[in-house]
Design a protein around this ligand. Sequence first.
Ligand code: GCB
Length: 593
Amino acid sequence: LADNALQALHDEDYDVPFNTQSLKHDGLIFMGGRASESLNGDWNFCVDLLDTGLRQKWFSMLPEAPEKRCEPWDYDPYMGETVPVPSNWAMLKDKWYFFEGSAWYTRTLDIEDIDETRRQFLHFGAASYDCKIFLNGEFLGNHYGASTPFCVELTGKLRPGRNWIMACVNNTRTLDRVPMRNTDWFNYGGVYRDVRYFETPRDLIRDFFLYLVPDGTYSSLRAEIATCGTRSGVARLSIPDLVIDCTIPVEDGKGSIEISARPRLWSPDDPMLYEAVLSFGEDKVADRVGFRQIERRGTEILLNGEPLFLRGISVHEDDADLGKVTTEEDLRRRFEHAGELGCNYLRLAHYPHHERAAELADELGFLLWEEIPVYWAIDFANPATYRDAENQLMELIKRDRNRASVIIWSVGNENPDTDARLEFMRGLAERAVQLDPTRLTSAACLVNHANNCIEDRLAEHIDIIGLNEYYGWYEENFDDLAEIGRNSDPDRPVVISETGADGVIGVKGPQNGLFSEDYMAEVYRRQIATLRELDYVKGMSPWILYDFRVERRQNIFQNGYNHKGLIAADKKTKKKAFHILADYYRKIAADAK
Ligand code: GCB
């Protein structure tokens, strides 16, 4: 990574500069199926609202038995309360439900024989929002961003036998973060994805990007690799089912090759994946990769040269009981419900979801929109905020760019059209294309309400104009939607990235029906009737598959939930609007055949 991930903030509070040191792991994000030891399970835990731990240096306390200590202390990192990792603390105890601040996680890492010829790392799937890592009292670095993975290198720092890992995780909403202070999803803190320990040879593969060359001929693959350690050498790539076994020269830590091949193309109807194995010296990684081409031409979106309509649904990743902890079962249920709706596409809003989501979409045949949390207002003029956003984008892309299912990188959602925002988000869109020429870019853009038309200066810098519109809900006058449709003449595809209404199961709602299931169903009917007439609309992902928890919604119908789900928070009960959308999607799919 990425000095980008490390921000110089509030250091003056402490005599150790916790935010300015680098996580020294040579940019390792791509894991490629490496063997690892799980460090999930019980970790010692303590919330620390006042950041006493950083001031008193709790991380440097020795794990002595209390009876041997001769100075008073405020916390026992090595004993006392434990929590499971992965978890979100809000879901564990009532007293932690609204806690925002620092919390300390501690556990042992026992390694009898340290192999000095190898490198040792920790891998965190995600920790929200920033995470300072300590090993045996030494500060190793700080990762920013609540939803992307990171590694911490331990090489040369481990001692034989017992070691102590501490993580100080902080989910305070601040002005410089991405997202900033105001969101419409719950601020779940904690280490909520897997933590793993793994070793590599000294010379290792840190990046592997394999794709169909997007030139319309479907006849060659390109592999780009990055290594660290010995600067030059030869890597070997094999894709047995395509009878490919070739070498890639590596110089200055980089190598690439183009290979003639005509793979069976990946699509939702035929989600074909090929096993690819890459080795370099003693290091070896593997991945299952699909090959496909996604492009836009005029207002069309084409998959493997064929016009495509995105029959989608937006999803958050939180589950009622576990917060943002994602299980295989949750993911499979999400895709199953999307399948019942007739979807070929999901918008994974508003932040990077668990990496298994895209792996499963690859296997099951769903297209995905992936997004970083450049959400509503953030501090667009702050260079540190940009570095944080760019780093989250980079980590997401490096994690998922071998996933054929992912067709869109979204660089933001509903951001005010200011000069600073334009600069910021244009920069992100350009960065996405630089890191990955095989996908489209998008963002949820704006309507100009004065002229009633789609108008956003960002639109010319992205491939697909995402549009969140809530006619029938936040915008009362439904006829405006049809007028916007008539007044707009976009030169590229529009995808309705959100639309919807709150509907509470069993509630009749106030007089005009707001918050009732029937009113919600009516909004869906009218939305579909209007949108189906707009030929530049090439897809939609209404808001949202499930009702979800959020702090800001507290009226008597909401009770801490956003009720725009087509399915209630129990993840079972389907609302009327579910069936209306399912009928529409079935019809579109039938018409396309
Ligand atoms: C939006 C946001 C989404 C909200 C939704 C709503 O435009 O993008 O995060 O949850 O509206 O329900 O208001």
